[in-house]
Design a binder for this molecule. Structure first.
Ligand SMILES: NC(=O)c1ccc[n+]([C@@H]2O[C@H](COP(=O)([O-])OP(=O)(O)OC[C@H]3O[C@@H](n4cnc5c(N)ncnc54)[C@H](OP(=O)(O)O)[C@@H]3O)[C@@H](O)[C@H]2O)c1
Length: 300
């Protein structure tokens, strides 16, 4: 039983391929350029392989700001792509685990978002992801859509790595303090997907549908940055002297972001027994991984 992982060089895909291999699972792990999810023959070429029994789509267009000027590409990758993947899965009767985002919501709700809340994305990225989710849900019965938020890891570009770079370069950094959400680390998302995949491979059945999964504990980008610098500062000296909170209105961006991105994870806890991990603990692990990578580079 082979699991096809699409988007295996992204933040989540990298961790997922690693954890699946560590568990001795047979995987086919692909990303651009081996597969292009906007091309139906490229998608079929992998999903129609007889050994494939489960597909995970971790591929996406994730540049939230750039999406405003690259609407067509964002929709091709985040909407048409998952649509093509779902269509191939339907033909082969293969279940699909597809990853989605908190940005399908507009952030105006005062409490945490549950799976049944209506989507109302504000930017192109959120709109393209919501369109992809709806194509997946409309095409397949056997699907899991896993919505997550504020993804960070030791690989790829993300908020933690940006803050660490700025903390080494600048004495003053301003960070938005009026958007709240839950940082989620790619290794935890991968662990949640592994749990879901293992359950499917053991039982050939799942409580299909949409689930929310994010790190435990809500915060703001500013408080997240404070914690990054607190933990990083214990390990090394930073150039940073002053971290200042600012409102979203003072942050230059072509797109409005949700003010509230907090996801309620009760459903995944209840149906799969998956417990969100405290994000501060996962941050510690990610900083360990980052510093290990760095010392490996400097000592080689
Ligand atoms: N990042 C976040 O903060 C965040 C927050 C909430 C939800 N999510 C969701 O979580 C999932 C994983 O995100 P991530 O942060 O791991 O993303 P990521 O690091 O940007 O990785 C996405 C991967 O997809 C690949 N890709 C792009 N276009 C493709 C195409 N046409 N065909 C095949 N592969 C393609 C990318 O390749 P290139 O790098 O070569 O383009 C990249 O390797 C996505 O569904 C995302 O929407 C992310």
């Amino acid at each position: 039983m082979t699991i096809l992982i699409i988007g295996c060089r992204g933040q989540v895909g990298t961790e997922l391929a690693l954890q699946m291999k560590q568990r001795g699972r047979e995987i086919i792990a692909v990303d651009l350029p081996e597969i292009d999810i906007t091309d139906s023959s490229s998608v079929k070429n992998y999903i129609a392989r007889p050994e494939v029994s489960l597909v995970v789509n971790a591929a996406a267009y994730t540049a939230v700001d750039r999406a405003e000027s690259e609407r067509e590409l964002a929709f091709a990758v985040n909407a048409q792509g998952p649509g093509l993947i779902a269509e191939s899965c339907r033909i082969g009767n293969i279940p699909l685990i597809h990853i989605s985002t908190d940005y399908v919501f507009d952030g105006t709700k005062s409490s945490a978002y549950v799976e049944t809340d209506p989507v109302s994305p504000v930017g192109i990225y959120g709109k393209s992801k919501a369109a992809g989710d709806s194509l997946v849900a409309g095409c397949l019965e056997k699907y899991i859509i896993l919505r997550t938020s504020w993804v960070c890891s030791a690989h790829g570009a993300n908020f933690v790595k940006t803050m660490l770079r700025l903390g080494n370069e600048k004495e003053t950094i301003r960070v938005v303090d009026d958007q709240k959400g839950c940082p989620t680390f790619a290794h935890d998302i991968a662990e949640a997907i592994v749990t879901i995949a293992e359950k499917y491979l053991a039982e050939q059945e799942l409580p299909w549908g949409c689930y929310h999964y994010c790190g435990k504990g809500e915060t703001t980008w500013f408080a997240f940055a404070q914690e990054i610098f607190r933990q990083a500062g214990e390990r090394r000296e930073l150039k940073l002297k002053s971290l200042l909170p600012i409102p979203s209105s003072e942050y230059p961006s072509p797109v409005k972001r949700p003010m509230n991105s907090v996801l309620n994870c009760s459903k995944i806890i209840e149906k799969f027994g998956i417990q969100p991990r405290p994000w501060k603990e996962s941050l510690q692990q990610t900083l360990n991984d980052l510093y290990l990578q760095e010392s490996a580079i400097t000592s080689s």
